[in-house]
Design a protein around this ligand. Structure first.
Ligand SMILES: *[C@@H]1O[C@H](CO)[C@@H](O)[C@H](O)[C@H]1NC(C)=O
Ligand SMILES: *[C@@H]1O[C@H](CO)[C@@H](O)[C@H](O)[C@H]1NC(C)=O
Length: 569
């Protein structure tokens, strides 16, 4: 059996709410069938508690944006590489005058002044007490607790919108989305002193030590990554940070001294903050995830200007609020980084489908402007972001969004799929055309294995993979081996950032949204196909890796030298 529909959207009954000051007809807009697994309801939310609500307005031309994304990202298109400007993208995204007028009239009728929180004006934010929010949206805002973490959220299992806003308002957030905090890489070793590097000129062959311990030198040898410094100052690699994960500058220095002694000693990152994010350096404040993500971008993408974007907690709306804020923040920049890597995510079923779509479209906007967006696929094999009990496979988000590149994990120097590598098929997004043929070949080879446990019509992920086990990082002045797709995404992102450096030096556009290129035969042939291993979960062996694309390792791992040829350099 495929998963029971967990959300009901646009059900067709009309609830008349007799509220002051204006009587409006409301229609049910989004509803959850039940409280999601892992959460309990504690009780009603206090009437006076203030909610920071956000409204997403329908874009004036979403299909136009998607067409533009593919036109500039598909290698045989006449417009390949002709990325759009901020203003050009905003033309597609901004709500129509009609939508803006209707939504503002609704808010005005409740004496609410909202402020725009996205550059195109498609997101509005305002604060109201729970009592008012319940009345405006016929909702039942209550307090729910995530049992494992103890985190409490104010959410409602359903809400309605005025009938005249249908087709104008995508969603109200936070309402029916119950995101749970996601993912840190797992330490797989006792603490150790961090060894001095094998000499870090690109090795002719991969040393056998790389089988038990991955370092930047191992990746250079395995993936033909150059150790020469990038030259282009307009290039940029962004690393997203959430969950109060901070990068230790001392650990970075130790890491580079030990494992990249050839890099200039001044090599570091730029800090950007939003939502009161920060990067404190006190004892014990270094985050495993943040240290990993920065060490395996700066330590691999030699000389590429790298930014750590620390998203704080003042969005007062859980991690999803931070995800919305970072993408709107980057969309508001004139020169966002050409590559963005994020090692955090969610199980798709926790996020409302309309919210997932709106976020996915925001990634499409940044892709259309020329940014390659990479996300770790998750660490639970077919059971999702983390290993968990399940009776059906659990897709992850944002990896299930077709407008970004999802990165799974491999292990060993004769690369095999890492068991933990999350992969599978979306229940929200359909199969994009760039992967239709690769996925259909896989499914016919798979036959009836795992029948009924996943959605054969969904967007399939990951797209690619990179090393994700026994990765050596420096933390708290020592070394640790970590594992997770959290390792893989920064590594793959670094290869893309180095390719962009060469492209910019040659006067060409950066790669932007990668998938149409990666799935082309030229792109796929420049990757190392990984054909063994699988991603067990939910009481099954998961999906087997095979020749060609598979939902464990995607198309495979990078080969910088082959990719350079594939992009015509
Ligand atoms: C490492 O490189 C340095 C400087 O290039 C050289 O002096 C040294 O002999 C090398 N060590 C090994 C073990 O190859
Ligand atoms: C399967 O995926 C499609 C998207 O391709 C979606 O429309 C459909 O609802 C999904 N089915 C289930 C049972 O989730």
């Amino acid at each position: 059996m495929l998963s029971k529909l967990k959300f009901l959207v646009f059900a067709s009954f009309i609830a008349a709410v007799s509220a002051n000051p204006v009587v409006r007809n409301l229609i049910l807009h989004e509803q959850r069938e039940s409280i999601p697994k892992g959460f309990v309801k504690i009780g009603s939310a206090s009437e006076e508690q203030v909610l920071n609500l956000r409204l997403s307005l329908v874009s004036s031309d979403a299909p136009g944006l998607e067409n533009a994304l593919y036109a500039v990202s598909t290698p045989d298109s006449a417009r390949y590489g002709q990325h759009l400007t901020k203003e050009e993208v905003e033309e597609f995204v901004k709500p129509s005058q009609d939508s803006a007028t209707k939504v503002n009239a609704f808010l005005a009728s409740h004496n609410i002044q909202a402020k725009s929180i996205s550059p195109a004006g498609d997101w509005l934010a305002f604060s109201v007490p729970v009592s008012k929010a319940n009345e405006m949206f016929n909702a039942d805002f209550s307090v729910f607790k995530h049992q494992e973490s103890g985190t409490q959220y104010v959410r409602t299992l359903s809400y309605s919108i005025p009938t005249d806003l249908q087709g104008h308002l995508n969603l109200v957030h936070p309402t029916v989305t119950f995101e749970r905090p996601f993912s840190a890489p797992v330490v797989s070793s006792p603490r150790m002193s961090i060894p001095k590097a094998q000499n870090v000129t690109t090795l002719a062959s991969v040393p056998s030590s790389c089988d038990s311990e991955i370092t930047p030198a191992c990746l250079q040898a395995l993936y033909n990554i150059p150790d020469t410094l990038a030259t282009q100052s307009s290039n940029g690699l962004g690393v997203a940070g959430f969950l109060e994960q901070f990068v230790s500058e001392d650990d970075l220095e130790l890491f580079l001294e030990s494992l990249r002694p050839d890099l200039p000693s001044s090599t570091t990152f730029t800090l950007q903050t939003l939502d009161d994010g920060s990067n404190p350096q006190g004892a014990g404040q270094a985050g495993l995830e943040a240290n990993l993500d920065i060490q395996y971008t700066i330590g691999v993408a030699s000389g590429v200007p790298t930014t750590f974007i620390s998203v704080g907690d003042t969005n007062s709306d859980g991690q999803l609020g931070g995800f919305l804020d970072i993408i709107n923040f980057l969309l508001s920049e004139d020169n966002p980084p050409f590559v963005l890597t994020t090692s955090y995510g969610f199980n798709e079923e926790d996020i409302s489908p309309s919210l997932a779509s709106v976020l996915c479209n925001a990634y499409a906007q940044l892709g259309t402007r020329g940014t390659s967006i990479l996300f770790a696929s998750g660490d639970g094999g077919v059971s999702g972001s983390q290993s968990q009990d399940c009776t059906e496979f659990v897709p992850t988000f944002p990896s299930s969004c077709p407008f970004l590149t999802s990165v799974g994990a491999t292990a060993g120097i004769t690369e095999t799929a890492a068991d933990l590598s999350a992969g599978g098929f979306s229940n929200v997004f359909g199969i994009p055309s760039y992967q239709a043929s690769a996925v259909s070949s896989y499914l016919s080879e798979l036959g009836s294995t795992n029948d009924g446990l996943f959605n054969t019509t969904g967007r399939a992920y990951p797209d690619v993979s990179a090393q994700g086990e026994n990765v050596l990082i420096a933390i708290n002045d020592g070394g640790e081996l970590v594992q997770g797709t959290s390792c893989s995404s920064p590594i793959f992102a670094s290869v893309i950032a180095l390719l962009n450096d060469r492209l910019i030096a040659a006067g060409k556009s950066p790669l932007g949204f990668l998938n149409p290129f990666l799935y082309s035969s030229v792109g796929a042939n420049a990757l190392n196909d990984v054909t063994s291993g699988s991603n067990p979960g939910c009481g099954t062996n998961g999906f087997p890796a095979t020749t060609g694309w598979d939902p464990v390792t995607g198309l495979g791992t990078p080969d910088f030298a082959k990719l350079l040829t594939a992009i015509g350099l």
